[in-house]
Design a protein around this ligand. Structure first.
Ligand SMILES: Cc1ncc(COP(=O)(O)O)c(C=O)c1O
Length: 401
């Protein structure tokens, strides 16, 4: 398949895996990293590490400047109104836990938290546990046959008792964009807060948080070609001011006595302790690199590759595709074949795909499945990756049937 990625050569990890005979098709779990990330990490450590926001010496000032420049990069990349609206966290999971604690006092009893049936555990369990702590009702919006939230059913469920809506932008299982404009408008009409889980969506469509109009938007650097251990939490000014502090320690404090303390506002008030300095700096470099790419060319490549993936899958007999994926990934089962057996045989042939429940157990149960195989693409993926995958899939199916 002549689907060539002009960006593949920028990713030493994908080239190294290829040289080892590995075909990496698990980018939705974590993405490979561009050379600029490695250069930024080395540049930081090789010129002298220092802590941020607290040192009055040159290395400390340099680290702080670079760290805060990454916050500007993140704000620009998300189109946030200001860098003060960006909190660095450890990832999407921590961002969502921060919100579930930070908003607890804003969600009085007798209210509802609304999520969709397609949520990753990271955007289910923090809200489920909050609902249990505060005696709130957790309402789950059903999906249509394609895997999108059913808007009629959503309109019937989002009402005056809705205090918060938390939905994924792009399902990590179904590869389906959720109808965010309509859902967010429904939440706004009820005066409810809104949270968008952009862990997958941010990778395949550059977010514009102001155009979306959500209160909070979260994502992880490691899925976005950045380092692990870093995530973003964007909050609209007024919504951010409603967050209660949740982790306590160095740097987040304004004034402290033995018996009481006062805390800084966002973002620093929510970044207790030493942050992942090198990773945040490297993430800034990746965002600048991503920002300079031709987004139309990336979208065209990803779309052509995704179509080739779907048509190849649909051509195999006994194939059950989960939902109607629109971008970047596809999950499937094959009649009479256990997903773990298939993943094992694929792995034996050097094909790295994901198998299992994909951290979405309730969705899998609803689909009547114990698990599925997921193939997911990055901007470095190409037609040869797919060709190797399909050849290995056919071999494995021949053995299993
Ligand atoms: C849709 C979605 N939300 C949240 C997460 C959690 O992200 P992280 O593990 O980076 O915190 C993932 C990870 O796969 C995801 O796909």
């Amino acid at each position: 398949m002549a689907l060539i990625s002009p960006w593949r050569a920028d990713f030493p990890g994908i080239l190294a895996l290829e040289a080892e005979g590995q075909t990496y098709l698990d980018s939705a779990a974590t993405a490979q990293k561009p050379q600029v990330l490695l250069d930024a990490l080395l540049g930081y450590y090789a010129t002298g590490a220092a802590n941020v926001h607290r040192a009055q010496h040159l290395p400390g000032e340099r680290a702080t400047r670079a760290f805060e420049a990454s916050r500007q990069d993140a704000a620009q990349w998300l189109n946030a109104a200001s860098a003060e609206q960006i909190i660095f966290t450890r990832g999407t999971t921590e961002s969502l836990n921060l919100l579930a604690y930070g908003l607890e006092s804003q969600l009085p009893g007798d209210g509802q938290i609304v999520i969709s049936a397609a949520e990753h555990h990271a955007n289910l369990l923090p809200w489920q546990q909050l609902a249990r702590r505060r005696n709130l009702e957790l309402v789950v919006l059903p999906l249509d046959a394609n895997g999108s939230v059913d808007l009629e059913q959503a309109a019937a469920r989002i009402g005056p008792r809705t205090r918060l809506l938390a939905v994924t932008q792009l399902s990590n299982v179904l590869g389906r964009w959720q109808p965010l404009p309509q859902l967010l408008a429904m939440a706004r009409a009820q005066g409810a807060l809104s949270v968008v889980d952009g862990a997958q969506g941010a990778v395949h469509q550059r977010p514009d948080v102001q155009a979306l109009g959500c209160d909070f938007y979260v994502c992880s650097a490691h899925k976005l070609y950045g380092p692990d251990g870093v995530g973003l939490l964007y909050g609209r000014g007024a919504a951010l001011a409603r967050l209660q502090h949740w982790q306590f320690g160095g740097e987040m404090v304004q004034d402290a006595d033995y018996q009481q303390a006062s805390f800084r506002p966002a973002p620093l008030g929510f970044e207790a302790g030493t942050p992942a300095v090198s990773a945040v700096i490297a993430f800034g470099a990746v965002l600048r690199w991503l920002g300079a790419l031709d987004t139309n060319a990336v979208a065209a490549h990803e779309s052509a590759l995704h179509s080739a993936l779907l048509s190849g899958l649909q051509a195999r007999s006994g194939m059950r595709l989960l939902g109607a994926p629109q971008t970047a990934l596809a999950s499937f089962c094959i009649d009479g074949v256990h997903n773990a057996d298939l993943a094992h045989l694929l792995s034996e042939q050097g094909i790295a795909v994901r198998a299992g429940h994909h951290c979405a157990m309730p969705l899998m149960k609803q689909l009547g499945l114990g698990g599925a195989i997921r193939v997911s693409l990055g901007l470095y993926s190409d037609g040869d990756d797919l060709q190797r995958f399909f050849a290995a899939l056919d071999n494995a199916l021949e053995l299993l049937r």
